[in-house]
Design a protein around this ligand. Structure first.
Ligand code: URA
Length: 208
């Protein structure tokens, strides 16, 4: 599975701001948006281009433009919502699909409780958005859900990962590129990434 680790200094600096326990909800939310926008730039590096002609103030030129590939952002509720606006500021024409999944307390399997997709999801490049790749159960279920709906081009954008999540994606979805800004050490007994940044959803929405 392709794992893309974004080591750019700006991204690493912003990730440190997110990790800091003293970063308040306003800055946390803004920085999640900024990082998502920068990650999207990386995720779109292989978009097809086509030649177009433009008239500059000096001469006609044959130059490159995006070939018009369609994109769907797929935030996993709830924390993934924090990544949507930053990406939409770069690609305002992207459609947004939502997937809500919870973990069944008995089976520990992810169960879908909400799903709304654009009807042409199978023809779109899909970016699954989830700030944290911990066990990987939710991200793997979301990727499967998209594949069952016909999607063939899927990437996972996640701010921070842990080895179990990366391994799960590798095992279940070797065709899905995982784009992340760091792979931390391990998970604690509560399933949190260590050292991580805490509960991303609570820190984005100020619910703790
Ligand atoms: N989800 C979070 O929000 N934080 C973690 O550390 C792991 C999963």
């Amino acid at each position: 599975m392709p794992l893309t680790l974004i080591t750019h200094p700006l991204i690493q600096h912003k990730l440190t701001i997110l990790r800091d326990i003293d970063t308040g909800v306003k800055i946390f939310r803004e920085v999640v948006g900024e990082m998502s926008m920068l990650m999207c730039y990386e995720a779109m590096r292989d978009l097809p281009l086509e030649e177009v002609k433009v008239m500059t103030p000096v001469a006609e030129a044959t130059v490159m433009a995006l070939a018009g590939k369609k994109l769907a952002l797929v935030p996993i509720l709830r924390a993934g919502l924090g990544m949507v606006d930053g990406i939409l500021s770069l690609i305002p024409s992207a459609k947004v699909a939502h997937i809500g999944l919870y973990r069944d307390p008995d089976t520990l399997q992810p169960v879908e409780y909400y799903c709304k997709m654009p009807p042409d999801i199978a023809e779109r490049d899909c970016f699954i958005l989830d700030p944290m790749l911990a066990t990987g159960g939710t991200a793997a279920a979301a990727a499967q859900f998209l594949k069952d709906a016909g999607a063939r081009s899927i990437k996972l954008l996640t701010l921070l990962s842990a080895p179990p999540g990366v391994e799960k994606m590798e095992e279940m979805h070797p065709d899905v590129e995982v784009i992340t800004c760091a792979v931390d050490g391990h998970l604690n007994n509560h399933g949190y990434i260590v050292p991580g940044l805490g509960d991303a959803g609570d820190r984005i929405f100020g619910t703790k």
